[in-house]
Write a protein that binds this ligand. Structure first.
Ligand code: KIV
Length: 285
């Protein structure tokens, strides 16, 4: 395990003060969380994107709280010092403040998360306020919000015109006023992200495909390593093609099984002659 101290809210705000961008990645399982912790990733999002990247659904909508708790708990076990954020799935907070607080509480109590994230602007500000009033740190998510992808017209840049950008800026203000300690801006123009970051007060602005001028960056782990077969968002950078490495390994495995070059002597265990002779006697019909 790493000897890093636990990442806390004061740590994150200190990074903002120091003008040192914060690193944030999605993660859904124990071994990947372990690697992210070793690499020094500061924040981890257990995103409901796991519905697509891990469970193979076409959208994030079918993901349940129980799915999220199982994955978030595994991530917490692999990354004990990272600041772990649980992403609230579709319809686990939209219907009422009570439901939102109950499900946000599950992330904290059952999975050991440090905060939750939910999607939406002005309309979801009361949910953020209720969650924060219950003592749970909350992050808002604006711009391209995958749970509303049908209403937004697909996975595309949001807030392109001045009037649409103004609406996102107003949403950001409402979330800050409601007590969100951070806001994720996904796929909005860089200048809008910069403006919201400059105007933010006591709120950490994070960018996913929204340019370099936020307080930190988020990437989807599966996009950065070529692990999601259906598509790669244009804005994602591939830091290594793990998908290709694994595929080549799998092909080699199949070929070695067929050619009986696997297993080799070092991949299995023998038995002494005397034990084997005895075994043959014992099993003789
Ligand atoms: O679920 C997720 O991973 C997210 C990102 C798209 C920001 O919400």
């Amino acid at each position: 395990m790493s000897d890093r101290k636990k990442i806390t809210l004061p740590y994150l705000f200190q990074k903002v003060q120091d003008k040192e961008p914060i690193s944030w990645l999605t993660c859904y399982d124990y071994p990947t969380a372990y690697l992210q912790e070793q690499a020094g990733v500061e924040m981890i999002l257990v995103g409901d994107s796991l519905g697509m990247t891990m469970l193979g659904y076409d959208s994030t909508l079918p993901v349940t709280m129980d799915d999220m708790i199982r994955h978030a708990s595994a991530v917490r076990r692999g990354a004990p010092t990272a600041f772990v954020v649980g992403d609230m799935p579709y319809m686990t907070y939209q219907p009422s403040n009570e439901l939102a607080v109950k499900n946000a509480g599950r992330f904290m109590a059952e999975a050991g998360c440090d905060a939750i994230k939910l999607e939406g602007g002005v309309a979801m500000a009361p949910r953020i306020k209720a969650i924060v009033d219950a003592g749970i740190p909350a992050i808002g998510h604006l711009g391209l919000t995958p749970q509303s992808v049908a209403a937004l017209g697909g996975f595309r840049l949001q807030g392109k015109s001045a009037s649409l950008a103004k609406k996102i800026a107003d949403d950001a203000k409402a979330l800050q006023d409601a007590g969100a300690f951070a806001i994720l801006l996904e796929l909005v123009p860089d200048r809008l992200c910069k403006l919201i970051t400059e105007q933010a007060e006591d709120c950490i602005i994070m960018s996913l495909g929204s340019g370099p001028d936020a307080h930190g960056q988020l990437l989807i782990y599966h996009d950065m390593f070529g692990l999601y077969p259906k598509f790669k968002p244009k804005m994602a950078k591939v830091f290594g093609n793990a998908g290709e490495v694994i595929l080549n390994g799998l092909k080699k495995y199949v070929s070695e099984v067929k050619s009986v070059t696997f297993p080799a002597a070092e991949n299995y265990f023998g038995m002494p002659d005397n034990e084997y002779d005895e075994l043959v006697k014992l099993t003789k019909k």
